[in-house]
Design a protein around this ligand. Structure first.
Ligand code: HEC
Length: 440
């Protein structure tokens, strides 16, 4: 990226600020500032210390009920085989703030093992408490994603790992070489890189080590996995009703579909992108699309990353990468494993609870939007059905069992007083007529 692009991106970032201020809905407070470096939205909830590299962070065994063994092997790239030393190096790097420009932010700041490798925030907070536009997705089972990030802008975990390091609101390094220089100054790291990769620290091996560590985060063995493996008492009667609804009236399996149908639903995603109407109403996507076409060269990964994290163009989702109108506001179908412990939900963290997610689907949010997926329709689900769906989300691995129980109680309590997405008239009404996309 050249200097001009950088300036353009800063200008767009300030535009994002003004936009976000008028938008109201964000949990983060926005500060206007006179200095150029501070032309970013700043969170009122500061980033805490880098979380501990504790037992929840350790590499996981493949010996868990439900693990797709063949798939687990096939997702490891030929040029980056898993070895225990490399995974250990990646783990160390994952928790090391020295990868960030001022030493305060590590990968683990947003991917906290104690919170199922998320951060519990609506949107991620990085260096100098700057806020981005996207909710931190979990690293658990990310090895199976065919593409990384909510919009799939990285094809591999290796590519993914490099982008937050150089994003100005995440880890803030000017480039990967600066991060490598910090690491290479430490004799122990130098020795480990030479042992693992037979050469001095460099950007390629840095992201390879981090990706290898991430591929060790396999998380199955949930009550649902045990149910699918034949233990009919592993989940509640309510969850069993939810499982039937998931594949029938809920239409969830149309997208949260299963890669491996012969041995059971290993994953809850079709690995593609859909516009399901998440806050689409807040954004006027047509001018945004025009802006993206003018401001960002196709395939400019760094510029796309910055647009996705720093600007209102974030709402365009997959369109930022493909420029296909059909991808406007489309996001990747997330795997639903451990979803009970990864609130808040959706790419922008706009759903606080699983009840809010269900209310969203029940009313067919965004149904008049011309770019909405045609699979979305009002579902006419009763409250009891919604409770059954939430019970089905017993997809929590044993290490998060306690957190899952606490989180379920917290969300249930919150849902008794706050249901901002509920709209029964629409949920039980007819499917409205969808407008045609405007010509652009
Ligand atoms: C048309 C495809 C489609 C259908 C049908 C669908 N989903 Fe989704 N789901 C998605 C996509 C895409 C996202 C991410 C959207 C976003 O963030 O903008 C998502 C997000 C979610 C999330 C939030 C996960 C997270 O980590 O933030 C949950 C929970 C979920 N869906 C459950 C369901 C359930 C339950 C049903 C059935 C009632 C369902 N989905 C039907 C595509 C679909």
């Amino acid at each position: 990226m050249n200097a001009t692009t950088v300036n353009v991106m800063f200008a767009v970032a300030s535009a994002a600020l003004t936009f976000a201020c008028g938008d109201g809905g964000s949990r983060s407070s926005q500060k206007q500032d006179t200095t150029r470096a501070a032309a970013f939205a700043v969170s009122s909830q500061p980033l805490g210390p880098i979380p501990a590299d504790d037992s929840l962070a350790r590499p996981k065994s493949l010996r868990q009920i439900g693990v797709p063994i063949a798939l687990s092997d096939s997702v490891v790239p030929k040029d980056n085989p898993q070895t225990p030393e490399k995974i250990a190096l990646g783990e160390k790097l994952f928790f090391d703030g020295r990868l960030s420009a001022n030493g305060t932010v590590a990968c683990a700041s947003c991917q906290q093992p104690q919170l199922a490798f998320t951060d519990g925030r609506q949107v991620a907070v990085g260096i100098d408490n700057r806020v981005g536009q996207r909710n931190s997705p979990t690293v658990l089972n990310a090895l199976y994603n065919q593409m990384q990030f909510w919009d799939g802008r990285a094809a591999t975990l290796e590519q993914q790992a490099g982008l937050p390091i150089v994003n100005p609101v995440e880890m803030g390094q000017p480039n990967l070489d600066s991060a490598v220089a910090r690491i290479a100054a430490i004799p122990e790291y130098r020795a480990t890189f030479i042992r693992v990769f037979a050469r001095q620290p460099n950007p390629t091996d840095l992201v390879r080590a981090i990706a290898s560590y991430e591929r060790s985060q396999v998380s199955f063995d949930s009550p649902f996995d045990r149910y699918m493996a034949g233990d009919s008492s592993a989940i509640s009667a309510s969850a069993k009703r939810g499982w039937v609804l998931f594949r029938t009236r809920g239409r969830c399996n149309l997208c949260h579909a299963f890669a491996d149908t012969t041995t059971g639903p290993a994953r809850f995603t079709d690995d593609t992108f859909h516009n399901i109407g998440v806050l689409i109403v807040r954004h006027n996507v047509v001018p945004l699309a025009r802006q993206a076409e003018q401001a960002i060269a196709k395939g400019d990964t760094i510029a796309i990353d910055q647009a996705a994290i720093l600007t209102p163009m974030s709402a365009l989702g997959r369109f930022l990468i493909t420029r296909a109108d059909s991808d406007i506001a489309s996001f990747k179908t997330p795997d639903l494993r451990n979803v009970m412990v990864t609130a808040p939900y959706f790419h922008d963290g706009s759903a606080a609870t699983l009840w809010d997610v269900m209310d969203h689907y029940n009313k067919g949010a965004g149904l008049r939007d011309p770019y909405l997926s045609t699979e979305i329709q009002p579902l006419a689900l009763q409250e009891r059905d919604i409770d059954d769906f939430v019970a089905l989300m017993a997809l929590t691995s044993p290490s998060y069992r306690e957190l899952g129980a606490k989180e379920l109680a917290r969300q249930r309590q919150l849902s008794r007083t706050s249901r901002p997405q509920r709209d029964s008239a629409r949920a039980f009404g007819p499917k409205p007529v969808q407008s045609k996309p405007p010509s652009r």
